[in-house]
Write a protein that binds this ligand. Structure first.
Ligand code: NAD
Length: 494
């Protein structure tokens, strides 16, 4: 497929899907438009896959898994995934331009979305090659005498991977590569707004690796029902999903009748507890930056800032100054750190939530609307809302925009209670001059992961998973790899 290039850097991605080793259009030939959020223009099209296309992809993956070679030959998988790593590395500038085109994220901040996932392909290839798939646990006493037990780690089977639009290339890799390296076969269903980060991966797998037909499939579609079909298909053994909590619930229900293993990384509404001894000049500018980079479209963003009442005005002033000076604009211009929201709908949702916050008594400190200097593109001003009621909608629902809400508290116990007062539990942050005190607070937060004084909890070597309604299971670390393996315990004579 010919790539469309323009002076701005906009680059149309691969239109075709990958099904059973072939790069193909949708069954009826339909395509849908992909928009560049900074120009509001259509950048190109992608195949609008159907439920029928999805069924073909699942049967190809089923056949490829049941044939057994892929699931049994770890050295071959290593070879193929290293080929994939090298091919992605060769095409990384192309992939970066496709990513900026469909997401609108600033080119300056794409390192964690391009270089990092490409290096993670190599990480998982090496990790999976060296993994101990057979563990002898020795002799165990049983009623019938001693029995040796061996733990055989086997792939789960056909894995359906469903991804969201906010960090699409990163999540396409994070959801599929460890699954493939563990010996599973995969059907990837990328998000409607970002199909090319998935279809480009499919093209590279088809054209530049020895991954056999059916082992990796990509079905793009503009219809939610195609993702729903994947999550209900009896030929699928496991769903790995990243997206909203509402969709996660639907996927869990859809998989219930066939008891699918389900790995869910869902929404968040994380709190940043700023303790009264914290260095505001280091913690709060960083908090403001995290809210604006990626236009706030980050699941782990600590968007609820909890400030001690004794230093409330001081904290608001630092946050206000940091948000007002944030470099925002055309994502192709180096140096800009905040781009547009991904779509008109998303921008409207963010603006609507800001309105609801103001209606519930919050005070607008800065921002609150569309920047006058950027009339084209789905931009939202960095927005700071103070005096936010912890029970109000703006404090309870994921905003996914460059918005921080601030709530005052009295004493650590109240801060922890407010932090824990949502259905979510994905991430969180604590700032304090006393790391032991911050650690004690972190352990009382009912959330999956916590950052102390800006030191990130997130990395390929550490398990990442949500608690409460933010998810089930883990990505990354040993636990993240083992999600894609079933442990078969084999009892045998000495
Ligand atoms: P979404 O839930 O609307 O869509 C995610 C994917 O699910 C898309 O591919 C979509 O087509 C598909 N889908 C929609 N309905 C479906 C159904 N009924 N059955 C099966 N699949 C279906 O999420 P989004 O708007 O694309 O992404 C934003 C959300 O993702 C936010 O809630 C964010 O917090 C979350 N997220 C979480 C993490 C994490 O690691 N926890 C990371 C990134 C994003």
């Amino acid at each position: 497929m010919t790539a469309v290039e323009s002076d701005s850097g906009v680059l149309a991605g691969e239109q075709r899907m990958l099904i059973d080793g072939e790069l193909v259009g949708a069954a009826g030939g339909a395509v849908f438009d992909v928009e560049h959020p900074a120009s509001e223009e259509v950048a190109g099209q992608c195949a609008d896959g159907t439920v029928e296309d999805m069924a073909r992809a699942v049967s190809a993956a089923r056949r490829a898994f049941d044939a057994g070679e892929w699931s049994r030959d770890v050295q071959f998988r290593f070879h193929c995934l290293m080929q994939l790593h090298d091919a992605l590395d060769r095409h990384k500038e192309h992939l970066r331009r496709v990513l900026v085109t469909e997401v609108g994220c600033p080119v300056t901040v794409t390192g964690s979305q391009i270089e990092d996932p490409i290096s993670e392909v190599k990480h998982w290839a090496e990790y999976g090659r060296d993994f101990d798939y057979l563990v002898d646990t020795g002799l165990h006493n049983t009623a019938l005498g001693p029995a040796r037990r061996k733990l055989h780690h086997e792939p789960v089977g056909v894995v359906g991977a469903i991804t969201p639009w906010n960090v699409p290339f990163y999540l396409n890799i994070a959801e599929t590569v460890p699954a493939l390296m563990a010996g599973n076969t995969v059907v990837l269903k990328p998000a409607q707004l970002t199909p090319w980060s998935g279809s480009e991966l499919g093209r590279i797998v088809a054209e530049e690796t020895d991954i056999p037909a059916g082992v990796f499939n990509v079905v793009t579609s503009n219809a939610n029902e195609v993702g729903a079909a994947l999550s209900a298909d009896p030929g699928v053994d496991m769903i790995t999903f990243t997206g909203s909590t509402a969709t996660g619930r639907a996927i869990l229900a859809a998989g219930a009748s066939t008891v699918k293993k389900t790995l869910l990384e869902l929404g968040g509404k994380s709190a940043h507890i700023v303790l009264d001894d914290a260095d505001f000049n280091s913690s709060l500018p960083l908090a403001a930056m995290m809210a604006c980079v990626m236009s706030g479209q980050s699941c782990i963003l600590p968007s609820r800032i909890l400030l001690p009442r004794s230093r409330y005005d001081e904290g608001l002033a630092v946050l206000k100054a940091s948000m007002e000076n944030f470099p925002m604009g055309d994502p192709w211009t180096p140096g800009n750190m905040q781009g547009p929201q991904i779509s008109a709908t998303q921008r409207q949702k963010v603006l609507g939530l800001i309105e609801s916050g103001l209606a519930s008594g919050a005070r607008l400190v800065t921002g609150g609307g569309v920047p006058e200097s950027l009339p084209v593109g789905y931009y939202v001003q960095p927005t700071l809302l103070a005096d936010v009621d912890p029970d109000s909608t703006i404090a309870q629902e994921e905003i996914f925009g460059p918005v921080l809400t601030v709530t005052p508290y009295d004493g650590d116990d109240e801060a922890i209670a407010i932090a824990n007062n949502t259905i979510y539990g994905l991430s969180g942050e604590v700032s304090s001059a006393d790391v032991d005190r911050a650690f004690a607070v972190a352990t009382r937060m009912r959330t999956g992961n916590v950052t102390i004084n800006g030191k990130s909890h997130f990395g390929i070597d550490s398990p990442f998973g949500g608690t409460k309604q933010s998810g089930l299971g883990y990505r990354n670390g040993t636990q993240g790899y083992q999600e894609y393996l079933h442990i078969k315990t084999i009892g045998m004579p000495e």
